[in-house]
Design a protein around this ligand. Structure first.
Ligand code: ADP
Length: 192
């Protein structure tokens, strides 16, 4: 198995790069944002609870997303590996993920952290809001709140994996293909 975390603030291009990565390396894409939006679309109790937080640009409670990821791991036992996108987002989620993967004897191999300047992030998200249909992408104050959540809670996840020397920083500005090449150059030598 090869397990990868694609990390970075909202708007850093995780979704775009994930699509290319799962195709190249045959990984199963687990995006908590996509899983949550699917729960909302199906109006499940979990979706209804999550929506309150997402609409305000806040993080959904840890136990909700950890449960969702645990179920997804159980449903995909025959895959080559996982690409985690938008998860883990708190130190508690990182610890829970490590435990879940330890039980499967397939730890995280690498965390790739996309780095993009704040002005560029807000610009990209506002632009995405014009076409994505995502309500959390249209209001500048909600966007700023998501970026603030990232700084307050999510950067701790990088510190967690730095202890194990698993974090690689990648410049997330430039063309989609340039960024993809930078990411591939980090993965290729260690891909198994
Ligand atoms: P983005 O990274 O562009 O903000 P996502 O699609 O990853 O978008 O997430 C959208 C929203 O879903 C987040 O603002 C948050 O409310 C919720 N969410 C997604 N993943 C998590 C997570 N791991 N923990 C808590 N909340 C999450």
């Amino acid at each position: 198995m090869f397990n990868l975390i694609l990390f970075g603030p909202p708007g850093s291009g995780k979704g775009t790069q994930s699509e290319k990565l799962i195709a190249k390396y045959s990984l199963k894409h687990l995006s908590t944002g996509d899983l949550l939006r699917s729960q909302i679309a199906h109006q499940t109790p979990l979706g209804l609870e999550a929506k309150h937080f997402m609409d305000k640009g806040q993080l959904v409670p840890d136990e909700v997303v950890i449960g969702m990821i645990s179920t997804a791991l159980d449903q995909n036992t025959e895959v080559k590996g996982f690409l985690f996108d938008g998860f883990p987002r708190t130190a508690a989620q990182a610890e829970a993920l490590d435990k879940l993967l330890e039980m499967r004897q397939s730890p995280i191999n690498i965390m790739l952290a996309l780095e993009v300047g704040e002005e560029e992030l807000v610009g990209r998200l506002m632009k995405r809001g014009q076409t994505s249909g995502r309500s959390d992408d249209t209001d500048e104050s909600i966007i700023k709140n998501r970026i603030a959540e990232y700084h307050q809670k999510t950067t701790a996840v990088a510190d967690h994996y730095k202890q194990f020397d698993k974090v690689v920083l990648v410049k997330g500005e430039g063309t989609i293909d340039e960024i993809f090449d930078r990411i591939s150059n980090e993965i290729d030598p260690i891909f198994q």
